[in-house]
Design a protein around this ligand. Sequence first.
Ligand SMILES: [Zn+2]
Length: 290
Amino acid sequence: MNGGGPVKISALRARVDDEELRIRGILDEPWKPTDFRGHPHPGQKYKHGWIPIGGSAGDMRQALSDAKDIDELNAALAGEAKRITGRDIHADLSGLDVDVAREYGEGIARGLERFPDATLTGVYTYGPGSRQSKAGSEMQRLHPDASAVTQAYGVMEGGRFIVSSNIYFNAGPAADSAAFRAGREQAHADGFLVTGTPMGTALHEFGHVVTNQTGSKRTVYDSAVTDAEHAGIAPSAYISRHVSKYASSDMGEFAAEAFTDVMSNGSAASATSESAFQILEAAYKAGKRA
Ligand SMILES: [Zn+2]
C-alpha cells in the first residue's frame, strides 16, 4: 500500500515487473555485501592459468555425469573446482533434483574454467531438503521465490579489500524439476532470459560473482547505454531486445545476463552481450595483475 497519495505509473510498473519475475521464480538479488563470518573461506593460494572451455553447450563433463546421487555430485564438483583452480571451493547441492544439480555444477565448472581466479568461495542450497544453516534460513526468509542468489562479502587480505561471493541455489522452485525446466524454457522463449536451462542459471550467478569481484557493473552497463544512444533507442528497450528483459531490470542483471549469453550461446550471443563480456573480462584480468 502507498501512503494514500497517488501512485506514480513508473513505480507501479516497476512493482508489476518485479511481481511477474517473482511469480516466474527468476527474480534474484545479487550484490548485497554482508558480513559472512562463520562461512568457510578457503585459503587464497592458488595457481593462475587459463583453461579454455571444452565441448559444446550440450556436453556434461564425465566427472559430473558419473555421479549417482547428490553426495557423489558434491564430491565431484568440489573435485572439479580444485582441479581447475587449485583452491577448495565448498560444494553442497543438497535438496536439489540430481539432474538439475548436475547442470548447475556444469555451469559452475565452466565459469571456473574461463575465470579460474573468480572469487567464488562456495556453492550452497537453501529451502526444502537443504542442509540447515543460518545463512540458508536467511536466504529462505529474504528470497523464498528466487531460483538462486549470489551473495557478496568483502574481506581484507594483505592490505587489499577482496570481494568474494557464495552462490545459493533454491531447492524449492527446482523440487518439481519438470515444471522448473518448463518455466525456464518459457522464460527464455518469452525473451526474459538469455537461456532456458539450469546450466544457464548457474552461469548467470557466476556472472554476478565476476561482476561483484571486479566492481564493474556500472562500466559494463554503460557500454550498453552508449550503444542504445547510438541506436536512438531507450536503454531498457535496447537491452530487452538485444540481451533479455531480465537484463533490463538493473545493472547487475545486465552484466549477469550478458555473461550468460556469451558463456552459453557462444557465437550466437548478441554483439551487445559480447562487448559487455569483453569489458567484464578485461576488468577481471586487470584485477588479477593488481
Ligand atoms: Zn541475477
